[in-house]
Design a protein. Sequence first.
Length: 386
Amino acid sequence: MPVFKTFLKIVMKNKGTIIMYLAIFLGIAIPITKLIPGASSPSYSDSAEPIAVIDNDNSIISMGLQNYLKKTQRVKNINTDADSIQDALYFRDIEFLVSIPSGYEKDFLEGTVPVLNTTSVPNSYSGIYISMQIEQYLSFLRIYIAGGLSPQEAVQKAEEVMNTKAEVSLVNDGKTLSQSYKFMFYYQYIPYMLLGILVQIIGLIFLSFNKEEVRKRTLCSSTTLRSRNIQLFLGCAVLGTAILVIVLLISFILYGSELSQSGVFPWLFLNSLTFLLVSISLGFLVGSIVKNDNQLSALATSIAMIFSFLGGIFISQELMGSQVQKISRFIPTYWYIATNKILGYAQSTEALDSSSFLQNTGIQLAFALAFFSLALAASRRKNGRM
């Protein structure tokens, strides 16, 4: 198999390009996944913010409010002079300040509405939320005192009510990622790497075989055009499989426990393998039509970048306009990413939308077949065997 052996020799001469794209891929994918929190089941929990309480009343009600806030927030001790308070808020040592004025309990029991002095960091959502919690607590306190309970009893009852917890769960609607699997973002960037490497390397190999002198020798030899193309495709398959195996092994090194627990790795593998065929066939097509290194370099880089941006690799598909999404459907990376999201939506293999998965995979295979057919037609025409 002389063509196959020559293919491997050319690949080894261009291993620097392969290493470069692998490095770019890992340099993008790994740092991004490090920013993603680990997989966790959908849940909700209150957040405790750093706050300060200045109690100038020292009454049962004021101390009750303090105790409630200590259980729901992180109450910190700060100096009570104006400069210290401003510094604490400016440097975000605290997000919220509550100042209880002297005589607060007396006014509260007399039925007036005493004012709590509160200060929060500007444009702080947590400050609004804490104010709502305080107001809710005081509302229950007023109800119990109006009902005839003593301040001590009212404080106890209000705290019991406020400590009542509701069971909250987030329901997967099939349209948002159910779990923040880090490896999903790793696999999202695989098409960029495959396109960058395979289109460039396969194009270089085809340029070598399509040189006038080499092409004439091939035509005069016993090697038929069909045999040459089969050997070239076999070489592409070996190259692509080796690269994909390396990438998959790295994913297991980085995310082995998550991958094994998720149960979606076989489907991720099938999706990646399908796009590998797309990349190989596209490399075949580009290699069959370019005439020199400059054309190849420009076309290979453009394909990798355009397919990545419009397909949803670098920019989320949800952020694209409707017209851009319609155009993106004519790009195979769009269907790879759509399949990747289907796997991200599934909390288990049983929850996988298998029909959509098969449909998207079939569309990718159709792209691969179309590219390969065009490549064969271009090759036959270039060699005068239409």
